[in-house]
Each structure stands twice: as structure tokens, then as C-alpha cells.
Design a protein around this ligand. Structure first.
Ligand code: NAG
Ligand code: NAG
Ligand code: NAG
Ligand code: NAG
Ligand code: NAG
Ligand code: NAG
Ligand code: NAG
Ligand code: NAG
Ligand code: NAG
Ligand code: NAG
Ligand code: NAG
Ligand code: NAG
Ligand code: CU
Length: 582
């Protein structure tokens, strides 16, 4: 009966008796409410945009950059009709959405669908179940997500409060990267030369670089968050940057983190945040009752230990109590941010995350493990075949590559999910991805002499409901570096982390199996490791990849093939009739 009653009924309940209160509570339980159907149309078109005095035509959704905000409630069905009217292949991914038995709507090109070719359309149709907070959507083909992205706001079911005081206003804030060049040309050139790609020209707040850059257009190119004294605002932060983890701070204001990757966390205060590409974070900011200034700078700057080049700029936006003239924006003192390679600051921040683990939102961390995996994650190289001008621009005349367990992922020519559904694996994938590195070495010590990777479209098959643990171990090949690993189709629990090489005998005992944070993207620490757990209860083919697009392009990904369970509601349904073919 509870299932049959829509949210409208729940809203109209006026409770006096304990039985009614219980019913109201049940109706509000995650996953029980039927929800509404929300429809959106995405028309992918080129549009002209100017930033940093560079005017160019960029791929957009409905002519907007960043793209439109989608707002749903937990339990709703989302139906997005996408029309591809640009000259590129494209797909869309609903980043962090669990896609329970809707793998066909997940979106990574050649994993769950073939791309929409120019002129083609596809309808993404899925429900949002048991998630609330901030997620986002982005293109999942080549580097098109540089401009094709937008927020996906999931409100709790109607009548269900936040587990913290309701903010006065909620503001999505997408952090991004602006390239004066065409990002597609940048990655194309890098893959030709074998070297590192050109870096971005600016970081952005909701698409605006702000006053720290030359020619940034003054006040019109600055994101302003207008606040009233004493009010509390919730920033829905999203790192949509292509290749950079970011530090974030607001001058003279403390932030309270309440949500990460669409799961509530135990609130904690921080003056500097760290957010990796793919991650989201809801943070509360209380405006001062008697502000000591009329405006304060909001700043982002990169966190990286790459041995290559990176965009080492700082971007600012404005927290504005009283309207400011453009000239005044330049003079605002930036908040102190850690040095770009300050791994200690990152660890200090990351160690605060705990899942809320309340009665309503319990932490369902798997206590036992059926299958354990150890994945060595990092860069590598390919021999210099087809040199440009006689050389390759990777280290020592090689080409840059990246791998997991020394397997660099090869994008197939057809959709893995389609191949799986038809049980036609030959020539498409091999179900033999190594559970541990075939070649052991001191992962965070001196790299092996031979850093060449192998190539393949290799996946790990999993029986339905397998309880999985994966230790993600950074390597120091071409320099130890943090990698934000993103798993599609699942949230995972982050049960342990540390520096150096993972040591099962000592480290397992230190796991947090009580209130580990639940996420869809976690950064493997620079020269360290992180252990995650999930239960493979969602059938489909799910890519797990580094969310630095340059590493993804170099092959830092793999896929889990989760087989159907025995029950009818544990099986992957047939594909939608309009799914693009290759
Ligand atoms: C998409 O936009 C293009 C260019 O503005 C327009 O010609 C086309 O009719 C639009 N398509 C849809 C389905 O809205
Ligand atoms: C990358 O940078 C180099 C050096 O500035 C420049 O010559 C090249 O054109 C750039 N590539 C792209 C695709 O913009
Ligand atoms: C800012 O926008 C306003 C209104 O659109 C326009 O009149 C003004 O010229 C713009 N200023 C700059 C510096 O672009
Ligand atoms: C902001 O904080 C800095 C210290 O981080 C302090 O020096 C400065 O006076 C503060 N500014 C205002 C306007 O309160
Ligand atoms: C990055 O910028 C900071 C501050 O401007 C500077 O101290 C540092 O040397 C720069 N690092 C690199 C690698 O460019
Ligand atoms: C961070 O970079 C600075 C130079 O910008 C360097 O002196 C320092 O050794 C680096 N720290 C680490 C931990 O790599
Ligand atoms: C290769 O050499 C030609 C001629 O010198 C030059 O124009 C071109 O930019 C070079 N390409 C690269 C990728 O360095
Ligand atoms: C490049 O090769 C030289 C000589 O073989 C070696 O000493 C050096 O470590 C290599 N560098 C890298 C980054 O692999
Ligand atoms: C691995 O390398 C690190 C860093 O060089 C070193 O401290 C450690 O002793 C090495 N471990 C082993 C088992 O050799
Ligand atoms: C790696 O190369 C160095 C220098 O060329 C050599 O001394 C060492 O024996 C090599 N190590 C292995 C494991 O082959
Ligand atoms: C556990 O750590 C201790 C101290 O760091 C070390 O002495 C011991 O060898 C480790 N145990 C194993 C099994 O590696
Ligand atoms: C676009 O997708 C189609 C279908 O998979 C494929 O045949 C074609 O090569 C792709 N084009 C590009 C430029 O990737
Ligand atoms: Cu990476």
C-alpha cells in the first residue's frame, strides 16, 4: 500500500496518531516513494562564447555554458531526450547515479552504448533511488565534457528534512577549466605526439574565470555569490575540471561539509576544501552578521604532484555582501590556499569524512568480502611507434600511457553492454582482467626499468551480489600522483587508506567498518593506497576510471561485468529501442 501512494498523499498526511506517524515515516523512507517523472530536452548545439578575450564556438546543451541544471527529488524518474546537433559523436553520463537495472542509461561511450552520431537522438530514462544531494551530468566521449556539463540536484522526498538546518538558499557551484584552444584538438595533438597535453588557461566558477586573469572581462566574467548577513547558504560544489584536483576556500569564512557524492556525511568544519574531478560536496556557509568587509574572495587552485606541466593559476569568485564595482574585485585578498603539492593538507582534509550512519541513513558497509582485488594504478609508457617529426614527446622518446595492473584499457569498437546482453564476447572483450599485478615491484619506491604497459579490453566478471574489496595502490612510475578513481553504477565505502605500499597484514586491522564515507569517486593518495568495498548488486558493465581525462585517454580504466542474479528483478532489462548502434 505504501508503495502505491504517491508523494502527494504523503504530503497531505496530517498526523496525530503514532500509527499515522509511522506511516508518514515509512512513506519517507529512501526508495519507498513512487516519485514523479521529470522530463528534460538536451539539444546539443554549438554556441559562441567569449572568455579571456577568446571567442570560440563550443559544444553546449541548449546553447548554455555551463549546461542547464536538472532538479529532481529522490525517487523520481528522469527522462532526458538528447538530440545531437553537433559535428561530433557524443554521449551523456549521469555522474554518480546508481542506475539500478538501467545500465543502458549510464552513458560512457563504447561501454554502455555506442555514441550518438551527428544528427542522432537517444532518450536517457532512469530512476534516482536512495540518493540525495548533488550529482552532475557530463558528456562521456573524448574530452567533450570540458563544456558539456551541468548540475544534477537531488532534493530529498517532499516532506523529508535535511539532517541539518535548512539553508536559506542553495547555490550550485561548478568548478571547471577553460581552454582558449579547442580541448578536442588538445587531446588529439597529445595522442599524436605521445607527450602531455597542453594545459588549461583558467579555472572557472560556473564558467567564469574571474578577475585574477588578464582580459577576464571585469565584473561580467566574475561569479558572484550575493549573501545577506547572518543567513546560511549551501554551496553545491562540483569539480567539473578536466584534469585537476582543486583546493577551494572562501576568505575569512569557515565551511561545513554535510554531503559528498549524494550521501550525507557527519558534518565537519574546514577552511580549505579539496575536491577532485568527478566529486561533489555540499557545504554550508554562514554569512557574518557584522561582516568586516563588503566582499570576500572565493578561490580555487590546483593540487597536483605531476612531473608534467599543469595549469598553475588561481581563480577567484566573490562572496558579496554589498554590490561591488568590477574594479574593486581585483583588490580582494585571496584566502590562503595550500601550496600546489601540499599532500599533507589534502590528507588533513580527507581524513574528516565519515558517513552520517544514522538510523534513517545507515552505513551498509559489507563486513565480509567474497573477492579481493589489488589494483596498481598509475602511468606508464608505450614504445615510440609512428613518431611525429622523428620523435615521441613522452619520457625518453616514448609515448605516455596509463594502466591498472599494467593493463592499459583499449576502447572497444562496440558497446560492451550490448555485447554482454547478446553474450557475444569474442573479439570484443576478454573476461580476464588481472586481480593483482602480474609483475610485483615496490609500487611507491624506485620504479621498474621497464615501464611499458600492455593493452586490452579486459574486464572482471562478477557473480551477482558478490561482496568486493579493491585496494587501489598508486605507483611512482613517471612520478607518484593522486588519481581520482570513479566507479560507475555504484557507490562504494572507503574503508581504509594510507601512504606507501598497502600491507594487508597490518592495514586491514585499521579499517573503518563502522561509518566509512560512501562515494562514487575517491582519490588514490599520492604514493599511497585506498581500500573500497561494494556489493555487486546492479547488473551491467560498469567502467571504473581515473577522472583526470588525460589519464582516461591514456587508458587508466577497466570494467566490471556484473552478471544477472537469479530473480526477475535482478536481471538487466533489454536495451531501449532507440539505443544508438555502432
Ligand atoms: C536544436 O537546435 C538547433 C539549432 O538551434 C535547431 O535547428 C533544432 O531545431 C533544435 N532541435 C530540437 C530538437 O530542439
Ligand atoms: C599546444 O601548445 C603549443 C605550444 O604553445 C602550441 O604550439 C600548440 O599549437 C598547442 N596545441 C593546441 C592543440 O592548441
Ligand atoms: C557587462 O554587461 C553589461 C550588460 O550586459 C554591458 O552593458 C557591459 O558592457 C558589460 N561590461 C563588460 C566589461 O563586458
Ligand atoms: C581575513 O583573515 C585574515 C587572516 O587569514 C586577516 O588577516 C584579515 O584581517 C581578515 N580580513 C577581514 C576583512 O576580516
Ligand atoms: C605554481 O605557482 C606558485 C605560486 O604562484 C609558485 O610558487 C610555484 O613555484 C608554481 N609552481 C610551478 C610548478 O609552476
Ligand atoms: C613542492 O614543490 C616545491 C617547489 O615548488 C618543492 O620545493 C617541494 O619539495 C615540493 N614538495 C613535495 C612534497 O614534493
Ligand atoms: C613538426 O615539424 C614541422 C616542421 O618543422 C612543424 O611545423 C610541426 O609543428 C612539427 N610538429 C610537432 C608536433 O612538433
Ligand atoms: C631514460 O633513459 C635513461 C637511460 O636509459 C635512464 O637513465 C632514465 O632513467 C630514463 N628516464 C625515464 C623517465 O624513464
Ligand atoms: C620501497 O621504497 C620506499 C621508498 O624508496 C622505501 O622506503 C621502502 O623501504 C621500499 N620498500 C621495500 C620493501 O623495499
Ligand atoms: C635497471 O637498470 C639499472 C641501470 O641500467 C641496472 O643497474 C639494474 O640492474 C636494472 N634493474 C633490473 C631489475 O633489471
Ligand atoms: C607491520 O608493521 C610493523 C611496524 O611498522 C612491522 O614491523 C611489521 O613487519 C609489519 N607486519 C607485516 C606483516 O608486514
Ligand atoms: C562515431 O561513432 C561511430 C559509431 O560508433 C563510429 O563509427 C565513428 O568512428 C565515430 N567517430 C569518431 C570521430 O569517433
Ligand atoms: Cu589519474
Amino acid at each position: 500500500m505504501a508503495m502505491g501512494m504517491g508523494m502527494g498523499s504523503a504530503r497531505r498526511l496530517r498526523c496525530a496518531s503514532p500509527a499515522c506517524l509511522l506511516l508518514a515515516f515509512l512513506l519517507a523512507m529512501p526508495g519507498l516513494t513512487a516519485g514523479l517523472t521529470r522530463r528534460y530536452t538536451f539539444n546539443v548545439t554549438m554556441a559562441t562564447v567569449t572568455r579571456l578575450c577568446t571567442t570560440k564556438s563550443i559544444p553546449t546543451v541548449n546553447g548554455r555554458f555551463p549546461g542547464p541544471r536538472i532538479t529532481v527529488r529522490e525517487g523520481d524518474r528522469l527522462v532526458v531526450s538528447v538530440h545531437n546537433n553537433i559535428n561530433n559523436n557524443v554521449t551523456f553520463h549521469w555522474h554518480g547515479v546508481r542506475q539500478l537495472r538501467s545500465a543502458w542509461a549510464d552513458g560512457p561511450a563504447y561501454i554502455t552504448q555506442c555514441p550518438m552520431r551527428p544528427g542522432q537522438s537517444y532518450v536517457y530514462n532512469f530512476r534516482i533511488v536512495g540518493q540525495r544531494g548533488t550529482l552532475w551530468w557530463h558528456a562521456h566521449f573524448s574530452w567533450l565534457r570540458a563544456t558539456l556539463h551541468g548540475p544534477l540536484v537531488i532534493l530529498p522526498p517532499r516532506g523529508v528534512p535535511y539532517p541539518f538546518p535548512k539553508p536559506y538558499r542553495e547555490v550550485p557551484l561548478m568548478l571547471g577549466e577553460w581552454f582558449n584552444a579547442d580541448p578536442e584538438a588538445v587531446i588529439k595533438q597529445a595522442l599524436q605526439t605521445g607527450g602531455g597535453p597542453n594545459v588549461s588557461d583558467a579555472y572557472t566558477f560556473n564558467g567564469f574565470p574571474g578577475p585574477t586573469y588578464n582580459c577576464s572581462g571585469g565584473g561580467n566574467s566574475t561569479f558572484k555569490l550575493k549573501v545577506k548577513p547572518g543567513r546560511t547558504y549551501m554551496l553545491r560544489l562540483i569539480n567539473a575540471a578536466l584534469n585537476d584536483e582543486l583546493f577551494f576556500a572562501v576568505a575569512n569564512h569557515t565551511l561545513t561539509v554535510v554531503q559528498a557524492d549524494a550521501s550525507y556525511v557527519k558534518p565537519f568544519a574546514a577552511t580549505t576544501l579539496v575536491i577532485s574531478p568527478g566529486q561533489t560536496m555540499d557545504v554550508l556557509l554562514t554569512a557574518a552578521t557584522n561582516p568586516s568587509s563588503t566582499a570576500f574572495a572565493i578561490a580555487v587552485a590546483p593540487y597536483t604532484n605531476t612531473v608534467g606541466t599543469f595549469d598553475n593559476t588561481t581563480a577567484t569568485a566573490v562572496l558579496e555582501y554589498t554590490p561591488q564595482r568590477p574594479a574593486a574585485l581585483r583588490g580582494l585578498p585571496a584566502p590562503p590556499l595550500p601550496r600546489y603539492n601540499d599532500t599533507g593538507a589534502v590528507t588533513n582534509f580527507s581524513s574528516n569524512f565519515r558517513s552520517l550512519a544514522s538510523a534513517r541513513y545507515p552505513a551498509r558497509v559489507p563486513l565480509s568480502v567474497d573477492r579481493s582485488f589489488f589494483f596498481a594504478v598509475g602511468l606508464g609508457a608505450d614504445p615510440c611507434q609512428s613518431p611525429v617529426n622523428g620523435t615521441c614527446q613522452g619520457p625518453n622518446n616514448t609515448r605516455f600511457a596509463a594502466s591498472i595492473n599494467n593493463v592499459s584499457f583499449v576502447m572497444p569498437k562496440t558497446s560492451l553492454l550490448q555485447a554482454h546482453y547478446q553474450r557475444r564476447y569474442n573479439g570484443v572483450l576478454a573476461a580476464n582482467f588481472p586481480a593483482a599485478p602480474l609483475r610485483k615491484f615496490n609500487y611507491t619506491g624506485t620504479p621498474p626499468n621497464n615501464t611499458f604497459v600492455t593493452h586490452g579490453t579486459r574486464v572482471v566478471p562478477l557473480a551477482f551480489n558478490t561482496s568486493v574489496e579493491v585496494v587501489l595502490q598508486d605507483t611512482s612510475i613517471q612520478g607518484a600522483e593522486s588519481h581520482p578513481l570513479h566507479l560507475h553504477g555504484y557507490d562504494f565505502h572507503v574503508v581504509g587508506t594510507g601512504f606507501g605500499n598497502y600491507d594487508a597484514a597490518n592495514d586491514t586491522a585499521k579499517y573503518n567498518l563502522v561509518d566509512p564515507v560512501q562515494r562514487n569517486t575517491i582519490s588514490v593518495p599520492t604514493a599511497g593506497w585506498v581500500a573500497i568495498r561494494f556489493v555487486a548488486n546492479n547488473p551491467g558493465v560498469w567502467i571504473m576510471h581515473c577522472h583526470l581525462d588525460v589519464h582516461l585517454s591514456w587508458g587508466l580504466s577497466m570494467a566490471w561485468l556484473v552478471n544477472d542474479g537469479p530473480l526477475p528483478n535482478q536481471k538487466l532489462p533489454p536495451p531501449p529501442s532507440d539505443i544508438p548502434t555502432c
